[in-house]
Design a protein around this ligand. Structure first.
Ligand SMILES: Nc1ncnc2c1ncn2[C@@H]1O[C@H](COP(=O)(O)OP(=O)(O)OP(=O)(O)O)[C@@H](O)[C@H]1O
Ligand SMILES: [Mg+2]
Length: 462
């Protein structure tokens, strides 16, 4: 059974108190009443009612005074004022002070019921929104995980751009590197929207729609501007007013539309398709792409002027393989988030060998690929610790290959080397292996016979 909602009555009129108590109890509320003012605040604090019905005119203290105190103490209770005079003035004052509503005496019971029902419903919605917001931010975009140098630098740059309240940002990076996540981070900082999701953040995929549709999607259209345009329609730029618009895959936007976008960025107004009026837009534009933009410009597929306009504030999100220190952090982060999400708590950790493989694997799909892998493990595996045997074969073999490649590389010692010593050492090794056969040794070193002879003499190796 649901716990009943608590209503607290403060009124010196016994008749009203008796009547309301009966009616509200009949409606399933839990009701307490006070006709004297002794300890009224303490009583409200300890009983914690959802709503207080508070008479404005009380014998010892005015209801307004009590309201002030309730608000000051930030008690989580909603106050509805009861007033006898219908001069709206006191009621308005009460609302300004923090009351949610007021009822003018004499009121009928239906009025009271409606006011209470609205308050209770609002409270329920608010709790639901708070809850969803919390889940949403936990699951998706609140935390940028990563402690690598590139991620730290990226965050710092975004913070500086936000301080300067820049209006356009270009973000490049391979697919799945977290461009959208960083874009949302920039959005929140620029608009001081730390409660996440209060200001519009609108994402448009510029590659998904044909040019003319994308245009009316972005800028809106006037009624009758084309066959299907039965009414005026606001574009996404207008809907993002006061917030940000994320132009995803900007590199795939058609040239013609690029020109129109450039105009919007320069004038900060949009003109709906088929319309004449210019609508001012105050929107942060964050464009992202996984294409190499300078190459696209060189090939004539992207307008140079637009590229310059977009790239004043430019950010590159590096691929995961260039920030390997983040791999274990991200793997553990996704493990914790996804076990919660699927309510499957079997997997607790990764074995050191498994972690090594995750680090060695080159992650062509970047963080999205890592997340998907962990999601699969969480749902399908029943071991407590993920070992290499739980990882897909293609991953372990690619990991083995790339660690072999890494091991084959010559490691530069911490303190540096004398290049001449390295040369000497390799020539000696080559001569050693070929039993002093200079022709064969030269082949191993990829140099000519004469060069080898010259080096041997120069380095005093005879
Ligand atoms: N540093 C990070 N910390 C936590 N999660 C991350 C991080 N980077 C990316 N992710 C997650 O990885 C997934 C892919 O990120 P995102 O969608 O931002 O990538 P993208 O660069 O926009 O990819 P695409 O180019 O394919 O659109 C998302 O689920 C995102 O939340
Ligand atoms: Mg994206």
């Amino acid at each position: 059974m649901k716990t009943p909602v608590r209503i607290f009555l403060v009124d010196d009129d016994e008749l009203i108190v008796t009547m309301l108590t009966r009616v509200l109890k009949g409606d399933g509320y839990e009701v307490r009443a006070m006709t004297s003012l002794q300890d009224v605040i303490a009583e409200i604090r300890s009983w914690a009612p959802a709503v207080v019905l508070l008479d404005i005119r009380l014998p010892l203290r005015s209801g307004i005074d009590i309201l002030k105190e309730l608000v000051e103490q930030e008690l989580p209770t909603q106050v509805v004022m009861l007033t006898a005079d219908d001069t709206a003035e006191t009621a308005v004052k009460a609302m300004k002070l923090g009351a949610v509503d007021y009822l003018t005496k004499p009121f009928n019971v239906d009025e009271v019921k409606i006011v209470l029902r609205n308050i209770v419903e609002k409270g329920r919605l608010k709790r639901e929104v708070d809850y969803l917001r919390k889940v949403h931010s936990e699951l998706f975009d609140k935390d940028i995980v990563g402690d690598s140098q590139p991620v730290r630098v990226l965050k710092q740059k975004i913070e500086k751009m936000a301080d300067a309240a820049v209006s356009t940002i270009l973000m490049t990076g391979e697919s799945g590197t977290g461009k959208e996540l960083f874009a949302r981070y920039a959005h929140r900082l620029i608009h001081h929207d730390d409660r996440s999701g209060c200001l519009p953040f609108i994402r448009v995929n510029c590659a998904a729609l044909p040019e003319n549709l994308l245009e009316s999607e972005l800028f809106g259209h006037a009624r009758g501007s084309f066959t299907d345009a039965k009414t005026d329609k606001k574009g996404l730029f207008e809907l993002a007013q006061g917030g940000s618009i994320l132009l995803d895959e900007i590199g795939d936007m058609r040239l013609n539309l690029q020109g129109k976008l450039l105009r919007v960025l320069e004038e900060r107004t949009v003109r709906p398709v088929g319309g004449t009026a210019e609508v001012p837009v105050d929107v942060t534009v964050i464009a992202t792409t996984n294409r190499n933009m300078s190459e696209a410009v060189e090939r004539g597929e992207f307008r140079m002027d637009l590229f310059f306009r977009l790239s004043t504030f430019y950010l590159h999100v590096p691929p995961l393989r260039e920030r390997v220190v983040d791999i274990p952090l991200l793997a553990r982060h996704f493990l914790s988030v996804l076990t919660k999400r699927y309510n499957k708590k079997t997997i607790k950790s990764f074995s050191p060998e498994a972690e090594k493989m995750l680090i060695a694997y080159p992650w062509p799909g970047n963080i999205r690929e890592l997340r998907n892998l962990i999601e699969r493990l969480v749902v399908l595996e029943s071991a407590e610790m993920v070992g290499p045997e739980h990882l897909p074969g293609w991953l372990t073999s690619a990991a083995a290959q790339s660690s072999r490649a890494a091991a084959d590389k010559f490691a530069l010692p911490e303190k540096g080397v004398r290049l001449e010593d390295v040369e000497k050492d390799f020539i000696l090794q080559a001569l050693d292996r070929t039993k002093n056969n200079k022709a064969q040794a030269a082949k191993l070193l990829n140099i000519s016979y004469d060069t080898l002879r010259y080096q041997v003499k120069k380095l005093g190796l005879e």
